[in-house]
Design a protein around this ligand. Sequence first.
Ligand code: NAD
Ligand code: UGA
Length: 464
Amino acid sequence: MVNICCIGAGYVGGPSCAVIAYKCHDVKVTIVDLNQARIDAWNSSELPIYEPGLDEIVFARRGKNLFFSTDVDQAIIDADLIFVSVNTPTKKTGMGAGMAADLAYIERATRRIAQVATTPKIVIEKSTVPCRTAQSMRTILEANSNKNIRFDILSNPEFLAEGTAINDLTNPDRVLIGCLQTPEGFAAQQKLVDIYTRWIPKERVITMNLWSSELSKLAANALLAQRISSINALSAICEATGADVDEVAYACGTDSRIGPKFLKASVGFGGSCFQKDILNLVYLSEQLHLPEVAAYWKSVVTMNEYQKMRFTHRIVRTLFNTVTNKRIAMLGFAFKKDTGDTRESAAITLCSYLIQEHARIALYDPKVSAKQIKMDLTEPGVGTNEEEVDKHVQICQSAYEACAGADALVICTEWDEFKMNQLDYQKIFDSMQKPAFIFDGRLILDAAKLREIGFRVETIGKSA
Ligand code: NAD
Ligand code: UGA
């Protein structure tokens, strides 16, 4: 029986290795983490992350060939293949602060592998890491382990998107596996290819050299985020000219060279990775003395910040230049629909800005807890403290509760339940102050129908 250990039971380690267990019943998968509460949740009926389809997969295999544990050492000792799937956040202090990836978690996990391993291991970078991290991992492994133990390092970056993770994992566009171009490297690579090809067609499992694989992950996220910043930049031109950003996206996206996906204008991209990975690329470019390249990628993040500010300014301007004491219903706090994840969500920036303008925010999100919202809004750097949040933010249990008595409704996340056929917008209109404003930051509403009801509607990428 092949024995797999995954270090890091987060949004990536949990789902990706649970799917391996689900697809390969003869492979034993142990997912470990230092965070006891997280592991307890993985072992309970309420999993620590919300992801459509994940419960079924975990409940089907847990206790059979899928295990969750805090015993990191034992899982390392038993494993043939070890996925390193720990967090790689942006560094907050020191050299490269605000840009470089903090590799402390990767290093700690790697050192642990070196210290406790007693048999050969294939160590797989699953986390998103700067180009050439595998080299540092090799140095750590070789310097800290028994000289007779062989380690092979592979790069196998993850491309899943939250909210669609299970489909992305069971039916991926591609799986990438990078290795050193040596006979041992190829042999290790083949072992991982053999796992994935149990359910993924061979031609979609792409093999290449380690450094290309590491860089491809950063490149893919940078290109995706760049498309969003491009359409968002165009949305500003649309608002000023009377062009409609959905029509422009459609017109451009039907060109097969451009393609239709990832051209939805929005209040700004969020999520734990786009910004972090682009900044990582910016830092890499600077280190390589490529300032023009660094500036090019940096502009993708700059445009995203601009889009968030532009939207909030539009809200304040439209509400007669003041939101002081006005009730603003914010629908959605997660960074996208179908996830409870709020990391880098545009809603955080919006809330913080509106709190500083002394608005009263009535917030509803179907999957984000009140505790999480308060934690996000009081994080250092967000610009609002606990007292302000308590005073200005009310967490509601439904969209209707949030909208009752509101001066304006703001769509921050594109949850299906906020769409026209799901909510009774006439009822919402009747319960709001007049004039009743709607700001659609996700292009999910039918502005013409809302205007018929009596709403004043402002939509991203469309003039009022
Ligand atoms: P996460 O914070 O949800 O999970 C990481 C986990 O690793 C945490 O639970 C933490 O306690 C654990 N951990 C840290 N150090 C450890 C150690 N030494 N031993 C054991 N456990 C340890 O992060 P995530 O969202 O799963 O992201 C993980 C990596 O995958 C990041 O590099 C990220 O860029 C990348 N990635 C994320 C996504 C996504 O959608 N979230 C998609 C693709 C790639
Ligand atoms: C993204 C990538 O899509 C994944 O391939 C990658 O593995 C992952 O980052 C990662 O490395 O973490 P994710 O952040 O989960 O996945 O979600 P996306 O669907 O990419 O959305 C990111 C943000 O962009 C969201 O805020 C979303 O609302 C926004 N977005 C997306 C737009 O504003 N417009 C679009 O057209 C698409």
